[in-house]
Design a protein around this ligand. Structure first.
Ligand code: PRT
Ligand code: ZN
Length: 283
């Protein structure tokens, strides 16, 4: 049995549960539940505040956990980063009131900076040789300048609209963060095997999301050119059509380039191009 901690409620909850459910794992997650045993996979899900997850992973109370990189780095706990999950994306940035000018990082010297991420901030200031006064606060960081508690803030930014609403603007992006899958340093072999099975499923889903299946008809004299545009997993499948001189070609194409590839295929003489989503993909 593998124990995995995820956020009980908050910004990572939906994506964390969806990640496990898309991996075919069935479990209950009612709001007042603290733990839940999967019915079809050797996994127990523990619901925690995100701040506690790195410590629980380090201490072996849970075997794995899903938490924002910002929280993981701030908590200074030891764990293996098993995977970057692509959700919960945000940045940790320094922001100033909009009437404070900013030219370079030197302008942070001697400022009072309010934050809940003092470790990450101190590391950044030290690396840049800046002497500033770090004010650890427990919340509502973006209010600190207007209350006269600080000259600047260091906080999480998503869309940036909270900064804007508080008359602040971003001057330094210190960290780009996303949700991480963490695991304890020394998992027992049985637990590591379960984690590997879970990862296999997560990757099959991710690969499927990042690719499209493509079918097209091509004149035989263009097959080589078209095959070069569609390397697929090993090479494209080529089948003869009932009409002389034509073939059907099947392959996969990466999601992020597929419009460009489609244009090139068309220019190379491909016809009847079909593009469909893939449900699972194992490389
Ligand atoms: O209760 P618990 O302690 O578990 O949750 P929490 O309140 O500490 O965290 P939560 O649920 O707010 O966020 C969990 C994680 O989501 C964070 O640690 C980040 O890794 C990630 N994340 C992604 C964010 C944001 N985007 C985000 N926008 N966390 C917080 N914000 C805040 C931001 O600071 C601002 O105040 O949301 C507000 C809106 O942001 P804008 O820039 O879109 O206006
Ligand atoms: Zn938290």
């Amino acid at each position: 049995m593998l124990k995995i901690a995820i956020q009980k409620s908050g910004r990572l909850f939906e994506d964390s549960t969806a990640l496990l459910r898309d991996a075919g794992i069935a479990f209950g997650s009612s709001p007042n539940r603290l733990r839940s045993q999967a019915s079809n996979f050797p996994l127990e899900i523990i619901f925690l505040r995100d701040d506690d997850i790195p410590e629980y992973v380090e201490g072996g109370v849970v075997d794995a956990g899903i938490v924002g990189e910002n929280v993981f780095l701030e908590k200074r706990k030891t764990a293996r980063v098993i995977d970057r999950l692509g959700f919960g994306q945000c940045r940790l940035s320094i922001a100033l009131p909009k009437n404070t000018p900013y030219r370079s990082v030197q302008d942070l010297n001697h400022l009072r900076i309010a934050t809940t991420y003092s470790h990450i901030l101190v590391d950044f200031l030290t690396a840049n040789n800046i002497q500033a006064d770090v004010h650890e606060v427990s919340g509502a960081v973006e209010l600190a300048p207007s209350l006269g508690l600080a000259d600047a803030i260091f906080d999480i930014v998503g869309t940036g609209s909270t900064l804007l609403a508080n008359g602040l603007y971003e001057v330094e992006t210190v960290l780009r963060s996303e949700a991480l899958l963490l695991a304890g340093p020394g998992l027992a072999q049985e637990k590591q095997e379960i984690l590997d099975r879970l990862l296999f499923r997560i990757h099959a889903n991710r690969n499927a999301k990042n690719h499209r299946y493509i079918l097209l008809n091509a004149p035989n004299d263009q097959l080589e050119t078209i095959s070069r545009l569609l390397p697929g997993m090993k090479s494209p499948t080529v089948l003869p059509l009932a009409i002389e001189g034509w073939s059907s070609l099947h392959s996969v194409v990466r999601e992020d380039v597929f419009w460009e590839v489609l244009e090139q295929l068309k220019a190379a003489g491909a016809q009847g191009i079909l593009v469909t989503p893939i449900e699972r993909m194992i490389l």
